[in-house]
Ligand binder design. Structure first.
Ligand SMILES: *[C@@H]1O[C@H](CO)[C@@H](O)[C@H](O)[C@H]1NC(C)=O
Length: 300
């Protein structure tokens, strides 16, 4: 080979060498970029709020009928609640003044029905009953019974609505979505924490795109995404019940009843036979809770 022959060849090799280097460099940059983007988006997808724990402070406390075995609570505007109470021969749907706790209007149910969850959709209240698949609708103006329906849940425990769908609980770990016209189940999610079913989902409330559920026999409210059934956090309220007991109200039963005033962003909670109803504000818990702590406190 002559030098003249070599020159172009080595020039080509030289160019080729740098082009390859450039290509590898660009590939690495692209790869890092793709990994970063994928990482961020999968983080967002897997963002696990199930260990988000909230404490609370009491903003206001109001009197509550200590004879009310509260099973459903709805804020109805103008400082009034609709409330559903349970126990055979003692069940009712009532309109209650928030500030005084005074029962302004009461519909006493037939003795054979045990009232359960309640929700307000348009002009009608929907109520389910314990150990039956029968529910009732009432006129919000006068609490007169408008009709009766049959639902497809295993039992009637809690009801809530976003204005379009009726959400229901039946004491299992299933959150149901029902058509408000037919009460047919459209979708359901099994609510799980750390792979364990969260049983005894009880009174429900729809709050800003979330379902909040009392977990029966616990002092916990679980926040659920109705879109995918994932847990968005826990609210721990043991000090409310403990405070009432310490104040001598020894006849009280469990925490039950959540209401939401969407206009003033007020959260209300009470319990069965509780002489008080509380307006609360949430804050992230100061203490760290492990998954085991939550299992112990909130999974009955
Ligand atoms: C439920 O029982 C309590 C206590 O005996 C009583 O005061 C109240 O009037 C009863 N309510 C209904 C709706 O029957």
């Amino acid at each position: 080979m002559t030098a003249r022959n070599q020159a172009p060849t080595s020039m080509a090799t030289f160019k080729h060498f740098y082009l390859r280097k450039l290509f590898i460099l660009v590939s690495i940059i692209l790869l890092v970029f793709v990994i970063l983007v994928l990482g961020v988006s999968s983080n967002a997808r897997n963002d696990d709020h199930s260990l988000q724990v909230y404490g609370f402070e009491i903003v206001n406390e109001f009197p509550h009928d200590p004879g009310a075995f509260t099973q459903g609570l709805v804020y109805a505007g103008k400082d009034t609640f609709f409330e559903s109470t349970g126990l055979y021969e003692n069940s009712s749907v009532r309109r209650v003044a928030v500030k005084t706790g005074k029962v302004e209007l009461l519909h006493k149910m037939a003795d054979s029905y045990f009232g359960e969850g309640l929700t307000l959709l348009g002009e009608r209240l929907f109520q389910v009953t314990w150990l039956t698949k029968i529910g009732f609708t009432y006129d919000r103006k006068n609490l007169q019974k408008l009709g009766q329906f049959t639902h497809e849940m295993e039992d009637g425990w809690g009801l809530a609505t976003d204005g379009k769908i009726i959400y229901g609980s039946d004491g299992t770990s299933t959150l149901y979505e029902m058509d408000p016209q037919s009460l047919k189940v459209r979708r359901k999610h099994v609510i799980k924490f750390n792979g364990l079913k969260v049983r005894y989902l009880n009174e429900l409330e729809y709050i800003e795109g979330e379902i909040w559920a009392n977990v029966w026999k616990t002092d916990c409210i679980v926040r659920i995404s109705p879109d995918n059934g994932k847990i968005l956090g826990w609210i721990l309220l043991p000090t409310l019940r403990e405070g009432l007991l310490a104040a001598g109200y020894t006849g009280i039963d469990v925490l039950n009843g959540i209401a939401w005033d969407a206009h003033k962003n007020r959260i209300f909670v009470t319990g069965k036979w509780w002489p008080k109803l509380y307006e609360i504000k949430l804050h992230p818990a100061k203490k760290h809770y492990s998954g085991g702590d939550i299992e112990q406190l909130c999974l009955a």
